[in-house]
Write a protein that binds this ligand. Sequence first.
Ligand SMILES: [Zn+2]
Length: 86
Amino acid sequence: MNAVDRYSCEEVFRRLNDYLDRELSPAEMALVQEHLDTCAQCAGEHAFEASVLRELKAKLRRIDVPQSLIAKIDAILSDPGHREEE
Ligand SMILES: [Zn+2]
């Protein structure tokens, strides 16, 4: 038995979050990718987790940026001549 050769569903499941965050080694990324290509169940789980993560990150980004900062950035962007002078 060569356990290193391929990941089981459980192994992929455990690495899914790290895979989504791209925190695995290139070799691990490739093994997870290979499993996702051949396993509909894990591919579905991956798609679900990816969409949840995307929504979560979008929400966090919205919360992180205060309206006053957005207004400031907006003002700078709409005024190309703007320079910080002090
Ligand atoms: Zn699987």
